[in-house]
Design a binder for this molecule. Structure first.
Ligand SMILES: [Fe+2]
Ligand SMILES: [Fe+2]
Length: 270
């Protein structure tokens, strides 16, 4: 088996790109992606293609954890193996929908940023905190809003595909939350690893995220990243076992400061 090495981008040591079919063009910045404005046919296909690609990346990340941490507890490895199965189904349902809409794989550039950041971390709790607890929890927020958006334009089929995916994602976030707690109870140093992982992620975001006003490869002007934070999916985050206090912190970070008391749990309507 060939080992996947590391690359240096803007002073950060990231994991090298995972293997992809020759039809895919892998890019490293949001400006090189083909995200479109509006809900036209091409915009819809690009969005589904991008999510399909993100599902492949989620599969890679979970599978690589099994490879890199063979001594992890058996029950955690079983969760990761089940996640691999879920993610592979997510890829297939999105691919089917893409074909139905006249698209094809490799039609648009893809990014494997989440892989490059997460799989650069040398410990399993850090990877769970980054991929499952941050990226996938963030994806729950995005997918909830997208399903509503597709219903608004009467694309019920795509909305139903996204609803099905969302139900699985809750479990991926939930088992990570459970296992991070469990691993930290066994060894308090795990908390330091988790904190370092989140710091590494925010550093990577700060260095690599697009700048407000930057224009992407298809002429879309990219908004300030702070304005593109999706509505927090409170209901599903609760199902994924984020505590009220943790959700309050996320809401504060997402700009709901005035609605959320600084120290206490959730009391306001969002
Ligand atoms: Fe998924
Ligand atoms: Fe997932």
């Amino acid at each position: 088996m060939q080992q996947i090495g590391y690359i240096e981008i803007q002073g950060l040591r990231l994991r090298d790109d995972p293997a992809r079919d020759a039809c895919f063009q892998v890019v490293r910045s949001d400006a090189e992606m083909h995200e479109y404005d509006g809900a036209g046919d091409v915009a819809r296909r690009e969005l589904i293609h991008r999510h399909m690609s993100n599902e492949v990346t989620s599969l890679d990340i979970a599978a690589q954890m099994l490879v890199d941490f063979p001594d992890a507890p058996w029950e955690l490895k079983m969760e990761l193996a089940r996640q691999c199965w879920d993610e592979s189904r997510h890829v297939m349902v999105l691919y089917r929908r893409l074909l139905e809409l006249g698209g094809k794989k490799g039609e648009f550039p893809i990014s494997t940023f989440e892989w490059s950041v997460t799989s650069a971390l040398d410990d399993i709790a850090g990877r769970l905190a980054t991929q499952n607890r941050t990226f996938e929890a963030g994806a729950m927020d995005v997918v909830g809003g997208l399903a509503r958006g597709f219903r608004d334009i009467e694309d019920e089929k795509t909305a139903a595909v996204l609803d099905g995916i969302l139900a699985d994602e809750i479990q991926h976030v939930r088992f990570a939350n459970r296992w991070i707690k469990k691993l930290a109870q066994l060894d308090r140093r795990v908390l330091l690893k988790v904190a370092m992982a989140i710091r590494f992620l925010s550093e990577a975001n700060a260095r690599l995220v697009w700048k407000p006003g930057e224009v992407n490869a298809v002429g879309k002007v990219l908004r300030d990243p702070k304005e593109t934070i999706p509505a927090v999916n409170i209901e599903d985050r609760k199902l994924a076992e984020f505590s009220d206090d943790e959700i309050a912190v996320i809401l504060r970070q997402a700009g709901f400061r005035s609605l959320i008391p600084e120290e206490k749990g959730l009391t306001a309507e969002q």
